[in-house]
Design a protein around this ligand. Sequence first.
Ligand code: MIC
Ligand code: SF4
Length: 644
Amino acid sequence: MGLTLTEKILSAHLVEGEMIRGTEIGIRIDQTLTQDATGTMAYLEFEAMGVPRVKTEKSVAYIDHNTLQSGFENADDHRFIGSVAKKHGIYFSRPGNGICHQVHLERFGVPGKTLIGSDSHTPTGGGIGMIAIGAGGMDVAVAMGGGTYYITCPKVVKVNLTGKLSPWVAAKDVILEVLKRLSVKGGVGKVIEYTGEGVKTLSVPERATITNMGAELGATTSIFPSDETTREFLKAQGREDVWTELKADDDAVYDEVVDINLSELVPLAACPHSPDNVKSIEEIGNMKIDQVCIGSCTNSSLLDMMKVAHILKGKTVHPDVSLAIAPGSKQVLTMMAELGLLETMIDAGVRILESACGPCIGMGQSPNSGGISLRTFNRNFEGRSGTKDGQIYLVSPEVAAASAVAGVLTDPRTLGDMPEFVLPEKFKINDNMIAAPVDEEDMDSVEVLRGPNIKPFPVSESLAETIDAKVSLKVGDNITTDHIMPAGAKILPLRSNIPKISEHCFAVCDEKFHDRALELGKSIVIGGSNYGQGSSREHAALAPLYLGVKAVITKSFARIHVANLINAGIVPLTFKNEADYDKIDQMDELKIEHIGEQIKNGSTVVVTDVTKGFTFETNADFSERQKQMLCAGGLLNYTKQLNS
Ligand code: MIC
Ligand code: SF4
């Protein structure tokens, strides 16, 4: 029986377990990446582990998220990360060098290698045939220290691509179509593997757009084969030597098959407030728009910028629209300048932003009240833009640029003939904004620079005999980590200060949560399905931990978040009977007796609702390792126990 590409790479890196779907496996990690908003915690955790030098083949720390410096906090965090990186063997991509995923694809990614990153869009690397997975900071810290990374052995979904995209239809429309079909939870526990004749019609940046936004499916990761197109891309990056051909066997067996005929796709948009709320541009109609933002790790490649500049050439941005563009990397920006694209954009009235995440994470460019904003990004969760009632539509760069000129949502197919956009044979290579670490023998000479905003992270206690606590919050389905721990320009500077950032925990759902949780001392949160979808931020576990949340009981969890909860020592349980969710109210008192025993001895944990006088069963499907971690009170305590 043949193997999928996913199975080939995973089994080549397997260090624990067996390749049996649904069971926990441990894999060796070749590369790691961090970004600044999750990186401070990851490096504090790395320091706490006491490993002097990273043991990976390549670890890179990027500064791309918290780039607005309206106080000392972000600048201090940048310096901290820069100095920690220099000391411990990590390459440091300085602010201005670009968005982690774009730069990593350009300069560091290697087909067939494993990469984990403290950012949920790490699967961008799947565009060149990597198994690239988003993870919590603590898991990245462990991997940097040479430790194993654990995942549930995934099912593999084959997306069989046939045909060729029609003019003005984009890679973004491919992933929006997949999201429309599978939904934001359709990828949980799965790797999405793209195959078929259609693959060779897509360039590497297009493939990377697709694997990037596979994160919105809840998938473990997404991957394309590494073929001649990959070789050309790496050659243009001066890195042909790292290329290898990689593909699934012809008789590979997949768990599911999704057929997509590229020729039949049309321009699409994800409507507020979910990436899977997808409609065609035609269906939505000529809606008046207020803002357009082009960029983010999904759509900020040179190819995207070439298309946008072509559409803007000789035009002026509509007077009622603000158009902001953030190129993905210094390389993209320099080449835009060289090729004259920058001049075209400036001429048209574009607001050029620095090469960073920017508006995607609410770091500036929040739309006007109730404003309609078209964005080439990957997430449109409520409030994420920084404007609570902002209406965010996720679209391709082609739709974005055509609409920015017209002032209304516009189908780019109305633009007439589309020229062929060809990527240069050679990209401009200048890695002068990537600082190499010092040699091991010089590491003592590097002082780690800590600002006053950098506070120690909370560590859980070992699991109590009984959890007897009130429900501090009950929320519905599809709660994102942007609900649990919002981001944006005001809150992100607090990422290295858990006590302070906790003041904003769940504020999107209930502004009183912080005070109530503190008053209760310890509490339990109740959630619906796909709880914790979206970002990898472990702050969505660390802030509740700090506020005394001991357990979270939901209908189902998103992959990265549940791992973060376990790492933090918060018990994640799911209802055996979803109807029990309806019976529980906020402030009910719940009692879980002998919780440690229950977790250790089986896969069911019985909970009593003391207020309502009924008991219900929850699933506690943990691996042996996870059970021990929960009983020890999280990953750090567990590791200490192992080493003592
Ligand atoms: C995001 O897109 O939500 C982020 C900001 O990149 C996050 C990481 C974070 O919260 O810092 C992610 O996707 O993991
Ligand atoms: Fe940055 Fe947005 Fe990509 Fe997250 S999704 S890494 S905030 S560009």
